[in-house]
Ligand binder design. Sequence first.
Ligand SMILES: Nc1nc2c(ncn2[C@@H]2O[C@H](COP(=O)(O)OP(=O)(O)OP(=O)(O)O)[C@@H](O)[C@H]2O)c(=O)[nH]1
Ligand SMILES: [Zn+2]
Ligand SMILES: [Zn+2]
Ligand SMILES: [Zn+2]
Length: 248
Amino acid sequence: MCIDCGCSERTGQAHHHHDHDHDHDGRTIRVEENLLAKNDRLAAANRVRFTRHGLLTLNLVSSPGSGKTTLLETTLRALKDELRFAVLEGDQQTSNDADRIAATGVPAHQINTGAGCHLDAHMVAHGVDHFDLDNLDVLLIENVGNLVCPASFDLGEDSKVTVLSITEGEDKPLKYPQMFRAAAIVIVNKIDLLPHLDFDLDQCRQFIRQVNPQARIFELSCRSGAGMDAWYDWLRAQVAAKRQQAQS
Ligand SMILES: Nc1nc2c(ncn2[C@@H]2O[C@H](COP(=O)(O)OP(=O)(O)OP(=O)(O)O)[C@@H](O)[C@H]2O)c(=O)[nH]1
Ligand SMILES: [Zn+2]
Ligand SMILES: [Zn+2]
Ligand SMILES: [Zn+2]
Protein backbone atom coordinates (compact mmCIF):
# COMPACT_ATOMS: atom_id res chain seq x y z
CA MET A 1 0.00 0.00 0.00
CA CYS A 2 1.57 3.32 -0.92
CA ILE A 3 1.52 6.00 1.76
CA ASP A 4 0.36 9.01 -0.20
CA CYS A 5 -2.47 7.75 -2.31
CA GLY A 6 -3.49 4.55 -0.57
CA CYS A 7 -3.28 2.49 -3.75
CA SER A 8 -2.30 -1.13 -3.36
CA GLU A 9 0.26 -1.66 -6.08
CA ARG A 10 3.58 -0.02 -6.57
CA THR A 11 5.83 -1.08 -9.38
CA GLY A 12 7.87 2.00 -10.17
CA GLN A 13 6.73 3.80 -13.26
CA ALA A 14 4.47 0.99 -14.40
CA HIS A 15 2.16 1.69 -11.53
CA HIS A 16 -1.19 0.14 -12.28
CA HIS A 17 -4.57 0.62 -10.80
CA HIS A 18 -7.53 -1.64 -10.75
CA ASP A 19 -9.98 0.69 -9.13
CA HIS A 20 -12.87 -0.07 -11.41
CA ASP A 21 -13.69 3.58 -11.58
CA HIS A 22 -15.45 2.98 -14.87
CA ASP A 23 -19.15 3.32 -15.16
CA HIS A 24 -21.09 0.23 -16.02
CA ASP A 25 -23.88 2.14 -17.71
CA GLY A 26 -21.21 3.45 -20.04
CA ARG A 27 -21.66 7.15 -19.66
CA THR A 28 -18.35 8.81 -20.41
CA ILE A 29 -19.16 11.94 -18.45
CA ARG A 30 -19.55 9.99 -15.21
CA VAL A 31 -16.21 8.29 -15.73
CA GLU A 32 -14.56 11.65 -16.33
CA GLU A 33 -16.17 13.15 -13.24
CA ASN A 34 -14.99 10.23 -11.13
CA LEU A 35 -11.51 10.47 -12.54
CA LEU A 36 -11.26 14.19 -11.90
CA ALA A 37 -12.76 13.90 -8.41
CA LYS A 38 -10.19 11.25 -7.54
CA ASN A 39 -7.42 13.39 -9.01
CA ASP A 40 -8.58 16.39 -7.00
CA ARG A 41 -8.45 14.40 -3.76
CA LEU A 42 -4.89 13.30 -4.48
CA ALA A 43 -3.94 16.85 -5.53
CA ALA A 44 -5.28 18.19 -2.23
CA ALA A 45 -3.10 15.68 -0.39
CA ASN A 46 -0.08 16.75 -2.46
CA ARG A 47 -0.81 20.39 -1.64
CA VAL A 48 -0.92 19.67 2.09
CA ARG A 49 2.38 17.83 1.81
CA PHE A 50 4.06 20.64 -0.20
CA THR A 51 2.76 23.28 2.19
CA ARG A 52 4.06 21.33 5.18
CA HIS A 53 7.50 21.44 3.60
CA GLY A 54 7.20 25.13 2.68
CA LEU A 55 7.75 24.21 -0.97
CA LEU A 56 6.93 26.48 -3.88
CA THR A 57 5.56 24.23 -6.64
CA LEU A 58 5.04 25.27 -10.25
CA ASN A 59 3.44 23.18 -13.00
CA LEU A 60 4.79 24.14 -16.44
CA VAL A 61 2.38 23.51 -19.29
CA SER A 62 2.52 24.29 -23.00
CA SER A 63 2.38 22.78 -26.44
CA PRO A 64 5.35 20.62 -27.42
CA GLY A 65 8.55 22.53 -28.06
CA SER A 66 7.61 25.93 -26.59
CA GLY A 67 10.80 25.80 -24.53
CA LYS A 68 9.80 24.45 -21.10
CA THR A 69 12.96 22.37 -20.63
CA THR A 70 15.16 25.19 -21.93
CA LEU A 71 13.49 27.61 -19.52
CA LEU A 72 14.14 25.17 -16.68
CA GLU A 73 17.77 24.62 -17.67
CA THR A 74 18.44 28.35 -17.95
CA THR A 75 16.67 29.12 -14.68
CA LEU A 76 18.47 26.36 -12.78
CA ARG A 77 21.88 27.41 -14.06
CA ALA A 78 21.17 30.98 -12.93
CA LEU A 79 19.62 30.28 -9.51
CA LYS A 80 20.73 26.87 -8.28
CA ASP A 81 23.36 28.30 -5.93
CA GLU A 82 20.75 30.56 -4.40
CA LEU A 83 17.66 28.32 -4.17
CA ARG A 84 17.26 24.56 -3.75
CA PHE A 85 15.40 23.06 -6.70
CA ALA A 86 14.13 19.68 -7.85
CA VAL A 87 12.43 18.91 -11.15
CA LEU A 88 9.78 16.35 -12.08
CA GLU A 89 9.76 15.73 -15.81
CA GLY A 90 6.67 14.42 -17.56
CA ASP A 91 6.96 12.95 -21.05
CA GLN A 92 5.30 10.17 -22.95
CA GLN A 93 8.59 8.42 -23.76
CA THR A 94 12.34 8.98 -23.21
CA SER A 95 14.26 10.53 -20.35
CA ASN A 96 15.75 13.24 -22.58
CA ASP A 97 14.39 16.12 -20.53
CA ALA A 98 15.36 14.64 -17.15
CA ASP A 99 18.87 14.01 -18.53
CA ARG A 100 19.09 17.65 -19.61
CA ILE A 101 18.01 18.82 -16.14
CA ALA A 102 20.36 16.39 -14.37
CA ALA A 103 23.23 17.89 -16.40
CA THR A 104 22.67 21.17 -14.55
CA GLY A 105 23.37 19.36 -11.27
CA VAL A 106 19.79 19.69 -9.99
CA PRO A 107 17.93 16.52 -8.89
CA ALA A 108 15.52 15.39 -11.61
CA HIS A 109 13.10 12.51 -11.95
CA GLN A 110 11.41 11.44 -15.17
CA ILE A 111 7.81 10.25 -15.24
CA ASN A 112 6.90 8.50 -18.49
CA THR A 113 3.19 8.63 -19.14
CA GLY A 114 3.28 6.14 -22.04
CA ALA A 115 0.18 6.94 -24.08
CA GLY A 116 -0.96 9.46 -21.45
CA CYS A 117 -1.18 13.09 -22.50
CA HIS A 118 -0.86 14.73 -19.08
CA LEU A 119 0.52 14.24 -15.59
CA ASP A 120 -1.94 13.51 -12.82
CA ALA A 121 -1.72 14.08 -9.08
CA HIS A 122 -1.04 10.42 -8.43
CA MET A 123 2.06 10.36 -10.65
CA VAL A 124 3.33 13.47 -8.91
CA ALA A 125 2.73 11.99 -5.45
CA HIS A 126 5.05 9.11 -6.32
CA GLY A 127 7.46 11.23 -8.33
CA VAL A 128 8.27 13.50 -5.38
CA ASP A 129 9.20 10.46 -3.28
CA HIS A 130 12.48 10.63 -5.19
CA PHE A 131 13.37 13.95 -3.55
CA ASP A 132 14.29 15.09 -0.06
CA LEU A 133 11.47 17.59 0.42
CA ASP A 134 12.93 18.91 3.67
CA ASN A 135 15.85 20.30 1.74
CA LEU A 136 14.04 21.96 -1.16
CA ASP A 137 12.69 25.43 -1.85
CA VAL A 138 11.16 24.95 -5.30
CA LEU A 139 9.62 21.96 -7.03
CA LEU A 140 9.28 22.47 -10.78
CA ILE A 141 7.04 20.11 -12.70
CA GLU A 142 7.29 19.98 -16.49
CA ASN A 143 4.02 18.61 -17.79
CA VAL A 144 3.58 16.69 -21.05
CA GLY A 145 3.58 19.06 -24.05
CA ASN A 146 -0.16 19.47 -24.61
CA LEU A 147 -2.32 22.59 -24.37
CA VAL A 148 -5.54 20.74 -23.61
CA CYS A 149 -5.85 18.24 -20.77
CA PRO A 150 -3.14 19.38 -18.33
CA ALA A 151 -5.55 22.28 -17.68
CA SER A 152 -8.03 19.91 -16.01
CA PHE A 153 -5.58 18.11 -13.75
CA ASP A 154 -4.65 19.80 -10.52
CA LEU A 155 -1.31 18.39 -9.33
CA GLY A 156 -1.34 20.18 -5.98
CA GLU A 157 0.85 22.95 -7.38
CA ASP A 158 0.80 26.58 -6.27
CA SER A 159 0.46 27.79 -9.85
CA LYS A 160 0.34 26.62 -13.40
CA VAL A 161 2.78 28.41 -15.67
CA THR A 162 1.73 28.38 -19.32
CA VAL A 163 4.59 28.81 -21.79
CA LEU A 164 3.70 30.13 -25.23
CA SER A 165 6.43 30.49 -27.82
CA ILE A 166 5.96 33.17 -30.43
CA THR A 167 6.43 30.67 -33.28
CA GLU A 168 3.01 29.22 -32.34
CA GLY A 169 1.06 32.34 -33.28
CA GLU A 170 -0.66 34.94 -31.12
CA ASP A 171 -4.11 33.35 -31.21
CA LYS A 172 -3.33 30.38 -28.91
CA PRO A 173 -4.93 31.95 -25.80
CA LEU A 174 -8.23 32.24 -27.70
CA LYS A 175 -8.01 28.72 -29.16
CA TYR A 176 -7.01 27.02 -25.90
CA PRO A 177 -8.61 29.33 -23.31
CA GLN A 178 -8.81 26.72 -20.54
CA MET A 179 -5.07 26.36 -20.42
CA PHE A 180 -4.54 30.12 -20.27
CA ARG A 181 -7.32 30.59 -17.73
CA ALA A 182 -5.89 27.90 -15.44
CA ALA A 183 -2.50 29.60 -15.36
CA ALA A 184 -1.53 32.32 -12.91
CA ILE A 185 1.55 32.99 -15.02
CA VAL A 186 1.97 33.13 -18.78
CA ILE A 187 5.45 33.14 -20.25
CA VAL A 188 5.79 34.33 -23.82
CA ASN A 189 9.06 32.72 -24.92
CA LYS A 190 11.47 33.03 -27.86
CA ILE A 191 11.12 36.81 -28.22
CA ASP A 192 14.61 36.76 -29.80
CA LEU A 193 12.78 35.57 -32.94
CA LEU A 194 10.47 38.62 -33.12
CA PRO A 195 12.42 40.24 -35.99
CA HIS A 196 11.96 37.11 -38.11
CA LEU A 197 8.22 36.59 -37.60
CA ASP A 198 5.08 38.61 -38.05
CA PHE A 199 4.02 37.80 -34.51
CA ASP A 200 2.10 40.69 -32.89
CA LEU A 201 3.18 40.80 -29.25
CA ASP A 202 0.64 43.48 -28.34
CA GLN A 203 -2.19 41.48 -29.83
CA CYS A 204 -1.00 38.38 -27.98
CA ARG A 205 -0.96 40.26 -24.67
CA GLN A 206 -4.53 41.39 -25.33
CA PHE A 207 -5.67 37.85 -26.11
CA ILE A 208 -4.11 36.56 -22.88
CA ARG A 209 -5.83 39.35 -20.92
CA GLN A 210 -9.12 38.60 -22.65
CA VAL A 211 -9.25 35.05 -21.31
CA ASN A 212 -7.38 35.71 -18.06
CA PRO A 213 -7.24 39.34 -16.88
CA GLN A 214 -5.27 38.37 -13.76
CA ALA A 215 -2.47 36.48 -15.48
CA ARG A 216 1.05 37.66 -14.74
CA ILE A 217 2.80 37.86 -18.10
CA PHE A 218 6.54 37.50 -18.69
CA GLU A 219 8.00 38.09 -22.14
CA LEU A 220 11.43 36.57 -22.46
CA SER A 221 13.98 34.64 -24.44
CA CYS A 222 15.77 31.64 -22.99
CA ARG A 223 18.18 32.01 -25.91
CA SER A 224 19.25 35.66 -25.59
CA GLY A 225 18.46 36.04 -21.88
CA ALA A 226 16.17 39.03 -22.54
CA GLY A 227 13.49 39.38 -19.88
CA MET A 228 14.87 36.56 -17.71
CA ASP A 229 15.67 38.80 -14.73
CA ALA A 230 12.03 39.71 -14.15
CA TRP A 231 11.16 35.99 -14.05
CA TYR A 232 14.02 35.28 -11.62
CA ASP A 233 12.92 38.14 -9.35
CA TRP A 234 9.39 36.81 -9.36
CA LEU A 235 10.65 33.33 -8.37
CA ARG A 236 12.78 34.76 -5.55
CA ALA A 237 9.81 36.74 -4.25
CA GLN A 238 7.55 33.66 -4.33
CA VAL A 239 10.07 31.60 -2.36
CA ALA A 240 10.47 34.41 0.18
CA ALA A 241 6.69 34.58 0.61
CA LYS A 242 6.54 30.80 1.15
CA ARG A 243 9.22 30.98 3.82
CA GLN A 244 7.39 33.73 5.62
CA GLN A 245 4.16 31.72 5.43
CA ALA A 246 5.89 28.63 6.86
CA GLN A 247 7.24 30.67 9.79
CA SER A 248 3.95 32.26 10.76
N1 LIG B 1 15.14 30.89 -30.64
C1 LIG B 1 14.82 30.36 -29.46
N2 LIG B 1 14.71 29.02 -29.36
C2 LIG B 1 14.37 28.51 -28.16
C3 LIG B 1 14.13 29.32 -27.02
N3 LIG B 1 13.79 28.52 -26.00
C4 LIG B 1 13.84 27.26 -26.47
N4 LIG B 1 14.20 27.24 -27.78
C5 LIG B 1 14.34 26.07 -28.65
O1 LIG B 1 13.08 25.46 -28.84
C6 LIG B 1 13.24 24.05 -29.00
C7 LIG B 1 12.35 23.31 -28.02
O2 LIG B 1 12.76 23.60 -26.71
P1 LIG B 1 12.48 22.65 -25.47
O3 LIG B 1 12.98 23.35 -24.27
O4 LIG B 1 12.97 21.27 -25.72
O5 LIG B 1 10.88 22.64 -25.49
P2 LIG B 1 9.88 21.85 -24.52
O6 LIG B 1 8.71 22.74 -24.30
O7 LIG B 1 10.61 21.36 -23.33
O8 LIG B 1 9.46 20.62 -25.46
P3 LIG B 1 8.63 19.30 -25.05
O9 LIG B 1 9.20 18.79 -23.75
O10 LIG B 1 8.83 18.38 -26.18
O11 LIG B 1 7.20 19.74 -24.92
C8 LIG B 1 14.73 23.77 -28.78
O12 LIG B 1 15.35 23.67 -30.03
C9 LIG B 1 15.20 25.00 -28.02
O13 LIG B 1 16.57 25.27 -28.21
C10 LIG B 1 14.26 30.74 -27.17
O14 LIG B 1 14.06 31.55 -26.27
N5 LIG B 1 14.59 31.19 -28.43
ZN1 LIG C 1 -0.05 5.07 -5.79
ZN1 LIG D 1 10.67 19.46 -22.50
ZN1 LIG E 1 -4.50 14.05 -20.97
